[in-house]
Design a protein around this ligand. Sequence first.
Ligand code: Z5A
Length: 212
Amino acid sequence: MACKRGALIVLEGVDRAGKTTQCNKLVQSLQQSGRAVEMMRFPDRTTIIGQLINAYLEKKSDLEDHTVHLLFSANRWELVPLIKKKLEQGTTLVVDRYAFSGVAFTSAKPGFSLDWCKKPDVGLPKPDLVMFLQLSPAEAALRGQFGEERYETSAFQRAVQQKFEHLMKDLSVNWQVIDASQSVEDVHKQIAYHSLNAINTAQNLPLGELWK
Ligand code: Z5A
């Protein structure tokens, strides 16, 4: 019998919502229950494209806004063969940010429509589940100051949050909003619950194409 495919699970959310913390915890708990699971993150700063993005985020280089948007998308596309291979082999992927961040961050800049921003990512592997870690700016501030990277200002983050809210109206994507102000353990319980459902459902379904 052919092996059942893994699920593509994405965590999105505002700055300091706990995405990385929760991705690590989810991977650990799924591994402990004997499941094949791996973590990925976007941007993946290890590739050549990722290094261009990294220099841009660290403000060591300037890139034209359309150009950097396309680079973020290319950074996802360059990993699609690996994503598909892992899922086909039955490995579940837990992904820290994906195309939704790409669209939310660029469309928060002046002069960019949501529609234009989505286009380069149309047809990417469609996540079986996207969990949005919701956190108010006041609660995020309790978790420390913004870092030094590009985009890390409260005005820009508020604009990004609005774009995410718009994206979450799209019912073709399996969104779950998680209250990220709870303790790490309580947030994890909800994330684990939704993830196990997604893993069980995905194994009997073909992998979809995003925004198609
Ligand atoms: N970007 C883009 O423009 N286009 C794209 O296509 C993509 C991304 C994919 C880099 O992202 C930037 O790239 C990002 C979007 C843009 N810009 N911004 N802003 P990144 O993912 O590499 O890095 P990051 O966005 O700076 O991570 P983050 O959002 O700051 O953090 P997080 O992963 O959500 O949170 P964390 O690291 O797990 O936790 C933050 C702190 O809170 C830490 O001290 C934890 O211990 C603490 N924490 C976590 N959970 C809790 C709870 N529940 N209670 C209390 N404290 C907690």
